[in-house]
Design a protein around this ligand. Sequence first.
Ligand SMILES: Nc1ncnc2c1ncn2[C@@H]1O[C@H](COP(=O)(O)OP(=O)(O)OP(=O)(O)O)[C@@H](O)[C@H]1O
Ligand SMILES: [Mg+2]
Length: 305
Amino acid sequence: MSNAIEIRDLTKSYGPRRGLTGLTLDIREGEVFGYLGPNGAGKSTTIRLLLDLIRPTSGAATVLGLDPRRDGVEMRRRTGYLAGDFVVDGRQRVRECLRFLGDLRGGVPRHRIDDLADRLGLDQGATIKSLSKGNRQKVGLVQAFMHTPELLILDEPTSGLDPLVQQTFLELVTEAAGNGQTVFMSSHIMDEVEAVADRLGILRDGTLVALDTVADLRAAATRRIEIGFAAPVSVDEFRTLPGLVEPSLDETGTVLRAGLTGTPDAVVKAAARHTVTALHTTEPHLDEIFHSHYTGTAAAPRPAA
Ligand SMILES: Nc1ncnc2c1ncn2[C@@H]1O[C@H](COP(=O)(O)OP(=O)(O)OP(=O)(O)O)[C@@H](O)[C@H]1O
Ligand SMILES: [Mg+2]
């Protein structure tokens, strides 16, 4: 499988400020990639570099095997882009605006525009200037998806959308992926990318701090385990077990609580020397992993339910 996007040591400095520092990243053909990070992390900077809207300080990227600078026209033809600050305005109606944008692309089937607009609940008879923020965003989504591009680059596509429309958007992404299209999307919201993304990258202060599948990010995180015993046990039995973090007993000495990384095999075998009355583990919420990467601190595990 080849890569839809290849980024090599890409750096963008805004004067003394770093927008992006030495980013190396491959986006595989056909994958849905979630690009996460707090405000100012460098997500839009990355996306603008890929589209040659700004130029790198150093490093390089290819998009669909093309050089964004040299082969910009072809790259744009084969890519759908939604800017984070997508702006559309004017007296014309949504229908005319979308047809115009479609014609700029050499024509887009009308039924495709109608279908997208209907699914997103966008009234094509409305004038652009009368649209609410969320409805303007829908215009942005339709223009990104309408020509069924090989690659979709979407900068915070769900900003301003209500939850129902967000859901429709996620269905469009899933369908695009089923269709073999590649989707690179930035977001602040872990839940939404988690639902559709094959892999996630987390950016902080211009640096990629995590890159993995949703499942592996979860597996690497600390879960909570709680074991109930019929009679008091000693915490010393559990202190050195691999994967167990900070085990402690409650005041009765019969409930063991700890963090757990990796498999529970060792702790289950150690517990089985006693009569076990209860066993709970809590899956880490991806938001916690996300927050730990955002702040640079380990996430505090939640108590087991
Ligand atoms: N044109 C510019 N001039 C100076 N600094 C800039 C410029 N554009 C971006 N920056 C800085 O680069 C850093 C990354 O900005 P960027 O817009 O890429 O972040 P982001 O991850 O998209 O954030 P957000 O979630 O708020 O959209 C920030 O510190 C920002 O202030
Ligand atoms: Mg941004």
